[in-house]
Structure formats: structure tokens, C-alpha cells
Design a protein around this ligand. Structure first.
Ligand SMILES: [Zn+2]
Length: 88
């Protein structure tokens, strides 16, 4: 079991968190005009970074979305940071 740190609630069990997305991955727009192949690539493919990776996570208990920098080799959490600037 891992312990993650929510920027709002503090340290919690990993089971309270959900991976939400890759930082910098932009939704293709306008969505109604995007071809199936490009849309499938957007929905199903993410970078598989080896080493430190900046990701977007959600703490399901409080509902807040935040940045997490995590080393994909060691699974060590290096930092967490709120998305909202008005909370820190
Ligand atoms: Zn939280």
C-alpha cells in the first residue's frame, strides 16, 4: 500500500485516489469534427514515462483534482500540488 498526499486533506491511503490524466495532454477540438482514429488515440493512449512523471490525480474523498509528480520506476511520490491557486 502507498500513502499519497492530497494538497487539501494531507496523507491518505492510495485507495482514495484515482489517476485522472496526463499533464499537457490536450483534448482535440472541435470534438465533433475529430476523426475516430485521432479521438481513440486521445482517449486510450498516454505517455508511459520512465522515471519522474507529472500527472493529474483526483482525491475521491474530497473531490479535489491536483498535480502529482511520481517516479514510475520507484513508485515514490515526489510532490503534490494543488491545481487551484486560491487554496495555498
Ligand atoms: Zn483531499
Amino acid at each position: 500500500m502507498q500513502i499519497f498526499k492530497c494538497p487539501f486533506c494531507g496523507t491518505r491511503n492510495e485507495t482514495e485516489f484515482r489517476y485522472t490524466g496526463q499533464v499537457g495532454k490536450l483534448r482535440p477540438e472541435p470534438a465533433s469534427q475529430i476523426e475516430e482514429g485521432e479521438w481513440a488515440k486521445y482517449v486510450h493512449f498516454t505517455e508511459n514515462v520512465r522515471g519522474p512523471s507529472r500527472e493529474i490525480w483526483t482525491h475521491m474523498t474530497c473531490g479535489e483534482v491536483f498535480f502529482m509528480t511520481r517516479d514510475s520506476q520507484t513508485m515514490r511520490v515526489l510532490a503534490t500540488e494543488a491545481l487551484r491557486r486560491d487554496t495555498q
